[in-house]
Design a protein around this ligand. Structure first.
Ligand SMILES: *Cc1c(COP(=O)(O)O)cnc(C)c1O
Length: 562
């Protein structure tokens, strides 16, 4: 079953999460969406890549919100049997002195022209394993540090060995974030066994491994970089652990997965130009390239807009660059396609929450992981100000997003949002949509009028939901950070909030209100022609460039073909 793939695939892409489709819950947020768009673009471009991820049978979390606006989490299981086939191979990894067996499932992603890309889903839920070990590939980002380290052993070491057991001959390993960095160590060990090669001081020569590894770092936020104390590492990896090699490459005080990946990768990149710069400051001494993220246009373009593209640019799915000519689209057709998308969103909102929102009132959307640096509460900093704005030009707000179970700040933000919504009732309709996922993201990023993003710079590495919005003609109103620094032409492709360098929380809130009051709301009310012109500018300048095909062409040319 895998023979066709093993013969062809020379690049292995490892990611803790991949968003393959809405029914497969093996993703949590932006990192997984990006990996999924990477799979889809590899199929379009016919790139010889095999993907490896955890099966995450219980998903990330199903979000339930109680009457007080507090988030609760439930398991979010999916059915691997419906979407993937178990393969007849298994390998063991050593965890706490036990052999833990890892089995692969094969998911095949088929591109529209028929090229198939294999995705290997790693599963430890086997009868051979202790009940505790069966749960290792159960919950994405669940549990404590010990659980996370076991998952990363399964991913990095288990995945590496399974590819070999299945017959893959991999030349290049791409680590999407540091979670899979143990694979690089494995490669290093392999090399050593293969040729007994040691450098002068007795340390392992990392050069051969480095030539084969690519590392993409995704966040300047500290909590995004896994660190494990060495006593935990020794307990987990057991006597087989080459702790000396680990300390040489991953730091002497703790196992820093980012450091490990940096030291063992010959190509390192950040996910936007600004993010690469920040990463160079965070990790002095490393050469950090920039490949700005993109989104898969076919996946994220809603039906009505897709029809519009199909009529004018029949090759748009395979060559999104042609959308650069979107400024030639017919105004009335653009507006009508947008109205259709907005109607679909409002129907979905009503079905989910019972709230009936108005189709002709400007809709602001804010949906993303609920966590401190994303500042979901920024727009609610001054409720009186919001009320006053809405008296001039009515608008409504949709909010969605999950908080990690251990992110207290994020959870409090969700609660606070619910209180704000209650306070604003009657003045500004605010609706929180529970269970933000790929499907809801599709409705939101195509059906809102304005897509809001207010991170605390420089902490938003890239951001991708705004790209999805743009390719549906939804205008971005965003703090200058991440990808938006490359895409924003204020008043043309959308609007900037704050200053790229000087932003402080209070200024950004004030600037946001000011932008809404002086530009966004009046333009929407009074100048439909100019609004549609901006929609077309946004599509033509953003969709043609910030797509995952352009992104993968760059990875192929610059990172894989070195
Ligand atoms: C696109 C997407 C994200 C990432 O959005 P950001 O703007 O990068 O925060 C997260 N979750 C889901 C479900 C998405 O579709």
């Amino acid at each position: 079953m895998v023979a066709a793939f093993t013969q062809r695939c020379r690049i292995a892409y490892f990611s803790m999460e991949i968003a393959l489709q809405p029914e497969i819950h093996s993703y949590a947020g932006g990192l997984g969406i990006l990996a999924g768009d990477t799979v889809r673009s590899c199929a379009d471009l016919e790139l010889p890549v095999v993907f490896v991820t955890l099966i995450s049978r219980n998903g990330y979390l199903r979000q339930v919100i109680d009457a007080d606006g507090r988030q609760g989490e439930q398991p979010d299981p999916w059915e691997p049997e419906r979407w993937a086939q178990p393969l007849g191979a298994k390998v063991a990894v050593s965890i706490e002195g036990r052999d833990v067996w890892v089995r692969p499932w094969l998911y095949r992603h088929r591109g529209t022209l028929g090229y198939e890309v294999p995705v290997v889903l790693l599963d430890t839920a086997l009868d051979e394993n202790d009940p505790e070990d069966r749960a290792i590939t159960g919950t994405l980002y669940g549990g404590d540090d010990a659980y996370r380290l076991k998952q990363e052993v399964a991913l990095g070491i288990g995945g590496f060995r399974l590819l070999r057991a299945l017959g893959f001959e991999i030349e290049t390993y791409h680590m999407n974030e540091g979670h899979s960095a143990l694979l690089a160590l494995q490669l290093l060990n392999d090399q050593r066994h293969a040729d007994g090669r040691l450098t002068e001081g007795g340390a392992h020569d990392p050069e051969p491994a480095r030539q084969r590894c690519v590392f993409t770092t995704h966040t300047p936020v500290e909590a995004g970089h896994d660190r494990f104390p060495y006593d935990l590492v020794e307990r987990t990896l057991g006597t087989g652990a080459d702790v000396e090699a680990l300390k040489a490459f991953a730091g002497t005080d703790c196992l820093n997965m980012t450091r490990l990946a940096l030291n063992l990768s010959g190509y390192v990149n950040g996910v936007a130009k600004r993010h690469a710069e920040i990463s160079r400051h965070m990790f002095p001494g490393y050469r950090v390239h920039a490949i700005t993220n993109g989104v898969h246009v076919e996946t994220w373009t809603c039906e009505s807009i897709a029809q519009l593209y199909q009529t004018s640019f029949p090759q748009w799915r395979h060559e999104p660059e042609v959308l650069v000519r979107a400024d030639t689209l017919d105004d009335a057709a653009v507006w009508s396609a947008h109205e259709t998308a907005k109607r679909a969103l409002l129907d979905r909102v009503e079905a989910l929450t019972g709230a009936a929102l108005a189709p002709d009132v400007l809709m602001l959307g804010f949906a993303r992981r609920m966590t401190g640096y994303k500042r979901p509460d920024l727009i609610f900093s001054n409720l009186d100000r919001l009320r006053a704005l809405a008296r001039g030009h009515p608008f409504q707000i949709l909010v969605a997003g999950k908080a990690h179970p251990r992110d207290e700040v994020g959870k409090r933000a969700i609660e606070a949002l619910h209180h704000c919504a209650r306070d604003l009732a009657g003045d500004v309709p605010v609706v929180f949509l529970p269970g933000y996922d790929m499907e809801l993201a599709r409705f939101l990023t195509s059906g809102c009028d304005v897509w809001l993003n207010t991170p605390l710079p420089p902490l938003e590495a890239s951001g991708t939901s705004g790209m999805k919005a743009a390719l549906n003609g939804v205008l971005n109103l965003s703090v200058l950070d991440g990808w938006w620094m490359e895409a924003c032409i204020d008043g043309v492709t959308g609007w900037a909030i704050g200053d790229a360098d000087l932003g402080t929380a209070a200024d950004d809130a004030e600037d946001l209100y000011h932008k809404l009051e002086s530009e966004v709301l009046p333009l929407h009310r009074n100048d439909r022609a100019r609004w549609i012109w901006m929609m077309k500018q946004s599509i033509s300048k953003i969709a043609s460039h910030f797509n995952s095909q352009r992104m993968m062409r760059r990875y192929a040319a610059e990172a894989y073909l070195r």
